[in-house]
Design a protein around this ligand. Structure first.
Ligand code: 4AD
Ligand code: MG
Length: 430
């Protein structure tokens, strides 16, 4: 049977259509049932009036519970009072399945209850809107790179080499050998950019983070571009333009969803070039001026990032970190060996780091030394060192954390709502 998605009902004014969906909510009086029906694309108020449908079907409406699946035919009527601008005058109703009492009701539920029912919670208006915004952002990211000469090259999820330090590795047994879930596709991107020029990978990455914060998940999505013959300055520009592109796209295409989640879009409309740029040393000054006793050389945690980013109403680039707190592959500044040519971008409103990247060490001897200093197993990195043996060039790249970016764009409190099925320190269910 042909049917219409709710998002398209405006094309069918005064026509009879069929909708396949679920009962979102119901209000009834003796002579009339107001059924809110959702189908994944929208919600429409549908009205069953006693006498206008068969008595048997009218009685059936009494039995309908929340989330019962139904197929409804009726005439589309323009109606200013209904939120979507249209209403359905029901002529027929078929029940596909009467739902058992639905656990998520209009009353307030605790977070842990909702997370246990994440597979059902996704049907709720706000969660639904957030994940549509996420899908739009993914499309925007793909379009951004695809339209600018980048080739999408997938990097492996199982890997022998640690990219971001050995303390957050998920280890697995690979037929008697040790393998890890990837923390980042970067090292492989460095290989593929030497073959393709401009590349990116986009997929899930993993960190066995022991931190239980509202910004950490153990499985998160990263988009990671890598560019041959690029330096730190170049990739700061790429990252800034990418962020602006994602925001513009979401503002253009997901207005309704932003409204559903009550996001203050003025704050997003303000995200335009240029973003402020400060060095790590200047960031430390900001902290100390604001009364934090922060020593140069330490790494910023959530609260420091919050304080720094709150000084700006746009994302801020922070560059030139102490090499000692950054990954083994970061190139040192030619002006000061102690400083790394790296950048973090901190989102405004206290959302913290959404981008990490920089210029890579391209000299074989220095990189060999670094691998040793970081106690990394040389054997697993032999292939990576080859990239410095065969036509090494300056190159740079970054990783943008999708889930943190969505958390910020949606203005939500916790990263767990930015991803369909979050993996947290204390949760792999459902
Ligand atoms: O700063 P990170 O660790 O950088 C890298 O992994 C580089 N290898 C990327 C590259 O240059 N190709 O991580 C990049 C971003 C962070 O800025 C953050 O947005 C996100 O990934 N991220 C996390 N998001 C959620 N939960 C976690 N546990 C995250 N760890 C990092
Ligand atoms: Mg980082």
């Amino acid at each position: 049977m042909d049917f219409v998605y709710i998002k398209d009902v405006s094309k069918y004014s005064e026509k009879e259509i069929t909708i396949k969906g679920w009962l979102y909510n119901k209000r009834s009086s003796g002579k009339i049932h107001f059924l809110l029906i959702r189908d994944g694309t929208g919600i429409i108020q549908s009205v069953a009036v006693k006498g206008e449908i068969s008595e048997e079907e009218f009685q059936m409406c009494d039995k309908l519970t929340q989330e019962s699946s139904i197929i409804v035919s009726g005439v589309v009527r323009e109606d200013d009072r209904s939120p979507e601008g249209y209403e359905l005058s029901i002529k027929h109703i078929d029940i596909v399945h009467i739902s058992e009492p639905y656990p998520i009701t209009k009353k307030e539920h605790g977070v842990s209850f909702l997370m246990d029912h994440r597979h059902l919670w996704l049907r709720s208006k706000k969660q639904h809107a957030i994940l549509r915004i996420r899908a739009e952002a993914i499309k925007a990211i793909r379009d951004f790179f695809d339209n600018r000469g980048f080739t999408l090259i997938d990097t492996p999820i199982l890997t022998p080499s640690a990219c971001e330090g050995t303390t957050t590795l998920f280890e697995t047994d690979y037929f008697g050998e040790k393998a890890y879930l990837t923390q980042s596709g970067q090292l492989y991107n460095e290989a593929t950019c030497m073959a393709f020029g401009k590349v990116y990978c986009f997929g899930p990455t993993f960190r066995a983070e022991k931190s239980k914060t509202r910004r950490h998940v153990t499985e998160f999505w990263q988009v990671e571009p890598e560019i041959a013959y690029a330096d730190l300055e170049d990739i700061m520009g790429w990252a800034e333009n990418l962020i602006i592109y994602i925001i513009e796209r979401v503002l253009e295409k997901r207005k309704d969803d932003l409204k559903t989640i009550e996001r203050d879009t003025k704050l997003l409309e303000n995200i335009k070039s240029p973003f402020p740029r400060i060095t790590y040393t200047e960031a430390v000054d900001i902290l100390n001026k604001k009364g934090e006793k922060f020593k140069w050389g330490g790494d910023f945690g959530a609260s420091e990032e919050m304080i720094i980013s709150e000084s700006f109403d746009k994302p801020v680039h922070v560059t030139l970190f102490p090499s000692s707190i950054k990954a083994f592959y970061m190139k040192s500044s030619p002006e000061d060996e102690k400083l790394a040519l790296g950048v973090d971008i901190l989102a405004p409103e206290g959302y913290g780091e959404i981008v990490g990247g920089g210029q890579r060490e391209d000299n074989l001897e220095i990189l060999e030394k670094r691998i040793k200093e970081h106690n990394l197993p040389r054997k697993a990195f032999e292939w990576y060192l080859d990239l410095r043996r065969y036509g090494s060039v300056p190159h740079a790249g970054f990783g943008l954390g999708l889930d943190r970016t969505i958390t910020w764009i949606c203005g939500i409190h916790h990263i767990r709502e930015s991803i369909p099925f979050p993996r947290l320190l204390d949760r792999v269910y459902p």
